[in-house]
Design a protein around this ligand. Structure first.
Ligand code: AMP
Length: 360
């Protein structure tokens, strides 16, 4: 298939802030965008030329949408597989169905990563309370029980400590199919945000160090401050994952940094088949942003330089943090982003602010 030129239309499934920032990057390159999302309050609708507000199971609407765009991407990993297949049958879907299906189920995802010989926490599939007891015997405590699907920002997971009742933990997740993971005693949480093209060109941004608050990303710092070897290992792991998924677009691989025998190593926690919150710093902090890289990759264009412009810190504005917008506007060098969400509910990502300092 020939690349999509400027003037072509990028279809985006999902209307959140990630879709919004993809649409803004596409506009910069002279592309049109069409966002598909059932939610009337979608931040991406505000900045896209067209939008379709229909369900992800509305086959007729999906077909019409696919007919009106040149290439389709998505901004969240819980796009139903059937939806992805309907779209992929009509237009290039990037990343593809395999990447989506593998990463939207934590058990499939960890099995895939482990098969590549890449370290993960020990894990077992759990389909019932008896399975959980068996898995706890094998893995030990502390452990983390997570739903296989639809978990994000720490939702759908429960920590099982030595004193936790396994039945209570199981009931908390309401009988959903789960995965039990051994607890990783990590020093740091890091992520690799990288892009891969149709032809296999790969470019990673510098490793990000992430701190969370109440399970939600709070701050990303780059450089991550880890050893050069650990950073190279992290990027090599992301490249192997992208290659094995025949991935097209931007992906993020979330990892734990652990110390083994006095050396830092990485353990993969999760793959996000999309642009990622820990890559927002690239808008001002890198030569090409993660959103531009994603648009380039899915349109069949060459990637841009992923070079970092300085020491960078990105802070999320969660809930009422965004009320500080006036103060942030007045701060020299603070790059404010607001997502246009009407209601500042607790835990809701309302915007972010990036500060770029001179290169270390
Ligand atoms: P997740 O939804 O898998 O990204 O998990 C959310 C957060 O829970 C992570 O960012 C970690 O802080 C913590 N966490 C998840 N899994 C583990 C694990 N196996 N060991 C230690 N901490 C974990």
């Amino acid at each position: 298939m020939s690349p999509i030129g400027p003037g072509g239309t990028l279809g985006i499934v999902g209307g959140g802030q990630l879709g919004r920032m993809i649409a803004l990057a596409a506009a910069r390159y002279g592309l049109k965008t069409h966002v598909y999302c059932p939610d009337p309050d979608s931040p991406a609708f505000e900045v896209a030329g067209r939008h379709t507000r229909r369900g992800y199971d509305d086959e007729a609407a999906l077909v019409v949408f696919a007919d009106q765009v040149d290439v389709v991407t998505y901004e969240f990993e819980n796009v139903p597989r059937r939806t992805a297949e309907i779209l992929a049958a009509r237009k290039p879907l990037r990343p593809g169905v395999i990447a989506l299906a593998t990463t939207q189920d934590r058990f499939a995802e960890k099995s895939f990563v482990a098969k590549l010989g890449i370290p993960t926490a020990p894990f077992r599939a759990v389909g019932g309370e008896a399975d959980l007891l068996g898995a706890l015997e094998e893995i030990g405590r502390p452990a983390v029980l997570k739903t296989r699907r639809f978990g994000y920002d720490g939702k759908g997971q429960v920590m099982i400590r030595p004193e936790t009742s396994a039945s209570d933990a199981w009931r908390t997740l309401r009988g959903a199919p789960c995965i039990l993971e051994g607890f990783v005693d990590f020093e740091e949480e890091v992520s690799v945000v990288a892009a891969r093209t149709v032809g296999g060109e790969f470019a990673a941004f510098d490793l990000c160090a992430n701190t969370h608050s109440h399970h939600i990303l709070d701050t990303t710092r780059v450089p991550a401050g880890v050893s050069g070897e650990a950073e190279r290992e992290a990027v090599a792991v992301a490249a192997r994952i992208a290659e094995a998924l025949d991935y097209v677009g931007v992906l993020a691989v979330e990892m734990f940094l652990v110390r083994r025998g006095g050396e830092e190593h990485v353990v993969v926690n999760e793959i996000a088949p999309r642009v990622h919150n820990s890559g927002h710093w690239t808008i001002e902090g890198a030569a090409t942003s993660q959103f531009e890289q994603h648009v380039r990759a899915v349109c069949g264009w060459p990637l841009g330089s992923a070079e970092r412009r300085g020491r960078v810190e990105m802070k999320n504005l969660i809930g009422h943090d965004a009320d500080r917008w006036r103060e942030l506007l007045g701060e020299p060098g603070a790059h404010l982003h607001l997502y246009g969400k009407s209601e500042a509910r607790p835990g809701r990502k309302m915007g972010h602010v990036t500060r770029v300092f001179a290169k270390p």
